[in-house]
Ligand binder design. Structure first.
Ligand code: HPA
Length: 238
C-alpha cells in the first residue's frame, strides 16, 4: 500500500474499511456533517472531498467520486489498493425507467447492464455479469426493512452518455425490467470483482425518463437522507 496516491491526499490508514461513495463531493461533506460522529476531512485533491468518522461507534468513510465510470474507477481503485478499503457502497441518484418506478423510490441495485466497455476489457471481450455483493445487498435490504423505508430491489443500467443519442434504448431497457439509469454502478461492480472487494449501489430516483418529472431540491434532500440511513446501517452491520 502506498499513500498518498495521485488522486487522494490522505495518510495511509485514514479511511475506514467501508466507504460510502456519493457522486457529488458536497454530498460527501453533507453526509459527514449530518450523519457521522467525529468526522474529519481526510482528502481534498481536486475538491473531491473525503471524510472519516464513526456511525453508531463503527468507523465509516465517505468520499465523492465525480460522475461516470472513469472518474469513479480512479477513486475506487486507489481506495481499495492503497487505503485497504474492502466495502464500497455507492449512494447516488438515477433516472426511473419502468412505469412502476416513482420519483423518490430507493433502488438497491442487484446488477447493472452497461454500454461501457470497461468490464469487457477485464475479461477478453466477453460480458461480465456486473453484480452487487450479496452480503452487502442483504444488509441493505434488511436495514431498509428495520428502518421502515421501502426499497425496490432489481437491475439498473449504467450509461456512459447522459445525453444519449438513441431515445428508443430506454424503452427497450424498461421492457427488460431495468428499473433505472445512472452512470457508475456497472463500473463499480466490475472493479470490485477484479480487486477482490465488495460493492453495492443504492440510488434514489431523481427524475423519470418515460413519465417525466424530477424532484425538487427539498424532496431530494429528504429522500436522500433515507437512502443514507439505509446505506449507513448496512455499512456498520458487517
Ligand atoms: N441518466 C443518467 N444518469 C442519471 C439520470 C439519467 O436520467 N438521472 C440521474 N442520474
Amino acid at each position: 500500500m502506498a499513500a498518498p496516491t495521485p488522486h487522494i491526499s490522505a495518510a495511509s490508514g485514514a479511511f475506514a474499511p467501508v466507504v460510502l461513495l456519493p457522486g457529488d463531493p458536497r454530498r460527501a461533506s453533507h453526509i459527514a456533517e449530518r450523519h457521522l460522529e467525529d468526522a474529519a476531512q481526510v482528502t481534498a485533491v481536486r475538491n473531491m472531498l473525503g471524510f472519516t468518522g464513526t456511525y453508531h461507534g463503527t468507523p465509516v468513510s465517505v468520499m465523492g467520486t465525480g460522475m461516470g465510470i472513469p472518474s469513479l474507477s480512479i477513486y475506487a481503485t486507489e481506495l481499495i489498493r492503497d487505503y485497504g478499503v474492502t466495502e464500497l457502497i455507492r449512494v447516488g441518484s438515477c433516472g426511473g425507467l419502468t412505469d412502476d418506478v416513482e420519483l423518490r423510490d430507493i433502488i438497491v441495485a442487484t446488477g447493472a447492464s452497461t454500454d461501457s466497455g470497461v468490464n469487457r476489457r477485464r475479461i477478453h471481450g466477453f460480458d461480465l455479469s456486473a453484480v452487487a455483493d450479496y452480503g452487502l445487498l442483504r444488509r441493505a435490504v434488511e436495514a431498509a426493512e428495520r428502518l421502515g423505508h421501502p426499497v425496490r430491489v432489481g437491475p439498473i443500467y449504467s450509461s456512459d452518455l447522459f445525453y444519449a443519442p438513441e431515445p428508443e434504448l430506454m424503452a427497450t431497457l424498461a421492457g427488460l425490467g431495468i428499473l433505472g439509469v445512472e452512470m457508475e454502478a456497472a463500473g463499480l461492480y466490475g472493479l470490485a470483482a477484479a480487486e477482490g472487494a465488495k460493492a453495492l449501489t443504492i440510488a434514489t430516483v431523481s427524475d423519470h425518463l418515460h413519465k417525466g418529472g424530477h424532484l425538487s431540491s427539498e424532496e431530494r434532500e429528504t429522500s436522500f437522507d433515507e437512502m443514507m440511513e439505509i446505506a449507513l446501517h448496512a455499512a456498520v452491520a458487517g
